[in-house]
Design a protein around this ligand. Structure first.
Ligand code: TGC
Ligand code: FAD
Length: 391
C-alpha cells in the first residue's frame, strides 16, 4: 500500500548499506506517522507544519551529510538522498524546508564560513533550533543570477552596508538567518543576515497554487549594516559560491522528486486495482496497464540514476552537469507520473483525499526552482558540445 514500502522494481535497495536502510526506514515512519495525517490540511490552508521543525532536527534530517563535529549526522550522500525521497513522498514543501536548511544554509556556512561561524550556527541549525533561508533570486534575475543588483559596500570599522531585494525565498519570513548573495567591489560575496537586523524585512508571499505547505517570501534590505566578522562568509568569492550550494540542493531534489512520483504511482496502482468499470478493475485494461508500466519504468530508471550519482558523490568524483541531468530528468518524469496518475483516478484524482493534485502542483515549482528544466538542458548541452548557449 501507499505507506508500507517504496517502489523498488529493480532491487536498488540491495545496493544500500545497513545505515542507509535505517535512515530511510526512520524517515518513512516519520512521514507516515507525522506528515501524511496533517499535510493536506496545511496545503489547503497555505501553512507550513512548523511543529515538525524540531522533530526533524531530533531525527538528524538537516545537513545529515555534514560532519558530526558540528552536530550533524555524518551520513553518506546516498543516505541524504533517501531521506529527501521519503520527505518528498510526504510533500515537496517539507523536502524544500530540509533542502534549504541543509544544502543552502548549513552547506555554505560549512564550506565557506569561518570556524566561529560554523561553531555558532551549524549545531543550532542541525537541531532545528534556528531556521535559515537562502537569498539568490531577485525580481529581475532568476535564471541569470550573475546580473544581481543587491549590493554590499564595505564601510569603515569592519562593517558592511547591504541594499537590494530578493524574491521567491523559501522560509524567508520564518528564518532566523538569511544567507544573502550580494555584489561587491570584490565580486559576489555571501553574508549571514540575522532576523531583526535594522532595515531587513521578509514579507511573506501569498497566493501560490504550488508548494502551498511551504513559506515563500521576499527579502528586503534597506541600508542594512552587518558586522564583517559575524556576517561575511570569508572563504568564497564569485558566482561559484551560490552555484556550489545549488549543486548540493539539486542533488537532493533529484532523489526527492521520485518520492512524490512514488506516492502518486502507488495511489494510482491501488486505485486501478479496486476501481470497477465495465464489470472489471480498470487495472485489467491495457490502456491503464501501459500507464502503470511506464510510470514504474521511469521511477526505476530515476532511482538507478540517482543511486549511481550518489555513489559518485560519495567518492567525491562527480560534476555539477551530472547533477543537472538527475535533477532535470527526475523532476520531469515525476511531474508526468503525477499527471498520469490523475488520469487513472478519474474524477477522484482531483480531490484532496488523494495526494495527486498536491504533488503535481508542487512539482510545477520544483520544475522551475533550483534551475529550470531549460537551464539544466543548456548545462548538459554545454557539457556535451563545449558551447554555452545561455547568452
Ligand atoms: P558560469 O560562468 O557558468 O559559472 C560561474 C562560476 O561558477 C562555477 N559553477 C559552478 N560551481 C559549482 N556548482 C555549479 N553548479 C556551478 N555552475 C557553475 C563555474 O565553474 C564558474 O567558476 P569560476 O571559478 O570560473 O568563476 O556562470 P553563468 O553566469 O554563465 O551561469 C551559469 C548558469 C546559467 C548555469 C547558472 O547561472 C545557473 O545555474 N542558473 C540557474 C539559477 C538557479 O538555479 N537559481 C536557483 C536559486 S535557489 C532556489 O531555487 C532554491 S529553491 C529551494 C527549495 O525550496 O528547495
Ligand atoms: P526566468 O529566469 O525569468 O525564466 C522564465 C523562462 O525563461 C523559463 O522557462 C526559463 O527556462 C526560460 N529561460 C531563461 N533564460 C533562458 C535562456 N538563456 N535560454 C532559454 N530559456 C531561458 N530562489 C532563491 O534564491 N531561494 C529560494 O529559496 C527560492 N525558493 C523558491 C521557491 C519557489 C516556490 C519558487 C517558485 C522559486 C524559488 N526560488 C528561490 C526562485 C527560483 O530559483 C527561480 O524561480 C528560478 O531560478 C527561475 O527564475 P525565474 O522564475 O525568474 O524565471
Amino acid at each position: 500500500s501507499v505507506t508500507t514500502e517504496l517502489t523498488d522494481y529493480m532491487g536498488f535497495q540491495g545496493l544500500l548499506t545497513d545505515e542507509e536502510k535505517l535512515v530511510r526506514e526512520t524517515a518513512r515512519k516519520f512521514v507516515n506517522d507525522e506528515v501524511l495525517p496533517i499535510i493536506e490540511e496545511h496545503a489547503l490552508n497555505e501553512t507550513f507544519p512548523s511543529d515538525l521543525i524540531p522533530k526533524m532536527g531530533e531525527l538528524g534530517f538537516y545537513g545529515p551529510n555534514l560532519p558530526e563535529k558540528y552536530g550533524c549526522a555524518g551520513l553518506s550522500n546516498v543516505a541524504y538522498g533517501l531521506l529527501m525521497y521519503e520527505l518528498e513522498r510526504g510533500d515537496s514543501g517539507l523536502r524544500s524546508f530540509a533542502s534549504v536548511q541543509g544544502s543552502l544554509v548549513m552547506y555554505p556556512i560549512y564550506a565557506y564560513g569561518s570556524e566561529a561561524q560554523k561553531e555558532y550556527w551549524l549545531p543550532k541549525l542541525a537541531a532545528g533550533e534556528k531556521i535559515g533561508c537562502f537569498g539568490l533570486t531577485e525580481p529581475d534575475f532568476g535564471s541569470n543570477p550573475a546580473g544581481m543588483r543587491t549590493n554590499a559596500v564595505r564601510e569603515g570599522n569592519g562593517k558592511w552596508r547591504i541594499n537590494g531585494s530578493k524574491m521567491w525565498i523559501t522560509n524567508g519570513s520564518v528564518a532566523d538567518v538569511a544567507v544573502v548573495w550580494a555584489r561587491t567591489d570584490d565580486g559576489i560575496r555571501g553574508f549571514l543576515v540575522e532576523k531583526g537586523t535594522p532595515g531587513f524585512s521578509a514579507p511573506k508571499m501569498h497566493g501560490k497554487w504550488s508548494l502551498r505547505a511551504s513559506v515563500t517570501s521576499e527579502l528586503v534590505f534597506e541600508d542594512v549594516i552587518v558586522d564583517e566578522e559575524k556576517s561575511l562568509l570569508p572563504n568564497v568569492k564569485g558566482l561559484k559560491g551560490p552555484l556550489g550550494c545549488l549543486t548540493q540542493a539539486r542533488y537532493g531534489i533529484a532523489w526527492g522528486a521520485l518520492g512524490a512520483a512514488d506516492a502518486c504511482y502507488q495511489a494510482a496502482l491501488e486505485y486501478a486495482l479496486s476501481r470497477i468499470q465495465f464489470d472489471k478493475p480498470i487495472a485489467s485494461y491495457q490502456l491503464q496497464q501501459r500507464k502503470l508500466a511506464e510510470m514504474v519504468t521511469e521511477i526505476t530508471k530515476g532511482q538507478l540514476l540517482v543511486m549511481q550519482l550518489g555513489r559518485l558523490k560519495d567518492q567525491g568524483n562527480y560534476s555539477p552537469a551530472q547533477v543537472s541531468m538527475a535533477k532535470m530528468n527526475n523532476v520531469h518524469v515525476a511531474i508526468n507520473i503525477c499527471r498520469t496518475a490523475r488520469t487513472i483516478m478519474g474524477a477522484n484524482g482531483i480531490m484532496s483525499e488523494y495526494p495527486i493534485m498536491r504533488h503535481a502542483n508542487n512539482l510545477e515549482a520544483v520544475y522551475t526552482y533550483e534551475g529550470t528544466h531549460d537551464m539544466h538542458l543548456l548545462i548538459i548541452g554545454e557539457k556535451v558540445t563545449g558551447i554555452s548557449a545561455f547568452r
